[in-house]
Design a protein around this ligand. Structure first.
Ligand code: AHR
Length: 332
């Protein structure tokens, strides 16, 4: 009888344990996490991460390198990357963001084509508990609407460009500006920093957008050369691709390397080649290789760790005299 009781008691204990396990597995879903917790536990790894990257376009060599950095880093770390190309259209980026919100990604990394117009979709991401890391260019939305910004200080890039012109044209002169995409954080910041530091004896005769592309940089330069023939000493380019397009127009006009002082931004291989060929005197660095840094930050967000709200890339200025030596080391 005693033996029978022991067997009965053992069966009861095993049954109770199994029931407890079952109810745990089938229990109520975890409450939705708040903004910044990225819907994951404290010990998530890269393999748990689905990262949305609604790239703004493929307008430049810089952008191509930026895309490659995200794709290669995701493949290496085992991150699931949801990538799209908005073809420089904000409405396409917003649609891609909404699709990522619907899919319930862990984190969104947004390289915004322009600064304004993001408030509504950032609020939608926030309501869904999906943190947004603003990448590369800035947004004008309040800082509380996104988790962090990682990228270059575009104002400093403009200031550095002005400092180069101050050295190149110590007695002053007239220059032209080929600006980036109108309303983009890159174009706005660079123009602001440039004007703040340019010597008073250097006059910007005109400024037109070339939309950060070779294709648009060339006709803008052609029109400039017709309008300001014989009146200019220099040209400032907001990126290397526009400089490459413009140099085709400058060559066609019979202008020789060094006749005009020229400074650009990015530090791509194409920009380095322009320095080697004597067209550019300086190239201000803007680093596109942001994939590893963004994914590191995204993982911290998923694990509820504290992060800095602003992470600016450490950058430099490259000069023509070192361009040939450095070109083989360039990664983009
Ligand atoms: O936002 C970064 C800028 O965008 C780069 O200078 C340019 O090349 C790119 O298109």
């Amino acid at each position: 009888m005693n033996k029978m009781f022991k067997i009965f008691a053992l069966v009861m204990v095993i049954t109770m344990m199994l029931t407890a396990c079952g109810s745990k597995a089938a229990g109520p879903a975890a409450a939705p996490k708040t903004f910044g917790e990225a819907k994951c536990g404290p010990n998530c790894t890269y393999k748990d991460m689905t990262l949305c990257y609604p790239q703004l376009g493929a307008e430049s060599d810089w952008r191509t390198a930026n895309t490659a950095s995200f794709k290669e880093t995701a493949a290496k770390l085992g991150v699931k990357l949801i990538f799209s190309d908005a073809q420089q259209k904000q409405e396409n980026q917003i649609s891609a963001l909404r699709s990522c919100i619907q899919q319930g990604v862990n984190v969104i990394a947004l390289p915004p084509v322009v600064e304004t117009g993001w408030d509504a979709v950032l609020q939608e991401a926030k309501t869904a508990g999906i943190p947004v890391i603003v990448v590369d260019r800035s947004v004008s939305a309040d800082g509380s609407m996104y988790a962090a910004h990682i990228g270059s200080d575009m104002v400093i890039e403009g200031e550095r460009s002005a400092a180069e012109f101050n050295k190149l044209l110590p007695n002053g002169g007239n220059i032209l500006e080929l600006s980036g995409t109108t309303g983009s954080g890159a174009a706005v910041g660079r123009a602001k920093g440039f004007r703040a530091k340019l010597n008073a004896n250097i006059k910007i005769l005109d400024s037109q957008t070339g939309n950060f592309t070779r294709a648009e940089g060339k006709p803008v330069m052609e029109a400039f050369l017709k309008k300001y023939a014989g009146q200019i000493q220099g040209v400032f380019f907001h990126n290397d691709d526009m400089a490459i397009g413009a140099v085709e127009a400058i060559k066609a006009a019979g202008i020789k390397p060094g006749d005009l002082k020229m400074v650009s931004i990015d530090g791509t291989r194409g920009g380095f080649q322009l320095m080697i060929d004597g067209w550019l005197q300086a190239d201000v660095e803007c680093n596109p290789l942001l994939g590893p840094q963004v994914m590191d930050l995204a993982l911290k967000l998923m694990n509820g760790q504290a992060i800095a709200h602003e992470a600016l890339t450490d950058e430099t200025v490259y000069y023509a005299d070192k361009a040939a030596e450095l070109l083989p080391t360039r990664k983009y």
